[in-house]
Design a protein around this ligand. Structure first.
Ligand SMILES: [Zn+2]
Length: 144
């Protein structure tokens, strides 16, 4: 299904090989603003024990080592959120393939982590708007 959209943010990104590499590099570093937002939420709700840049399969955004918990914050665009994702009109094939790869990598990483004995929690970028719900979910997993 092709969804025409009004999502202008990504439409100007050129797709030369060089630009693609640059974008991959940016993507690999994760989305700063969503990570910062989750940090704010955890601080506000006194959630402690998390680490960043913890060496683990799939490079989770946050790891709670003592709870064997890996946390990802997924950008709605890059990870193909069913609620928010709108396919860019330009280079639709390119984006469809790229997002599809991201989603399958997310699933694979989740499986690997679970096999390694980790619990995995994923938050959508859009969910970060309700900090109480995010904090409750984290606290439930940590205490459970
Ligand atoms: Zn979303």
């Amino acid at each position: 299904m092709i969804r025409h959209n009004t999502y202008n943010l990504h439409r100007k990104i050129p797709t030369t090989p060089q630009r693609s590499r640059i974008m991959s590099a940016i993507r690999g570093k994760g989305n700063k603003s969503t990570e910062v937002r989750l940090i704010e939420i955890m601080r506000k709700h006194h959630i402690t024990g998390w680490r960043r840049n913890w060496q683990l399969s799939g490079n989770p955004d946050f790891v709670f080592p003592e709870y064997r918990l890996a946390v990802f914050v997924d950008g709605c665009f890059w990870h193909g959120c069913s609620r928010c994702y709108k396919e860019p009109r330009k280079n639709a094939e390119f984006w469809r393939e790229k997002i599809r790869r991201n989603i399958s990598r997310d699933r694979r990483n989740g499986r690997i982590l679970k096999m390694e004995g980790w619990r995995v929690l994923r938050f959508w970028e859009h969910a970060l708007k309700s900090d109480g719900a995010v904090a409750n979910r984290l606290k439930r997993v940590i205490s459970g």
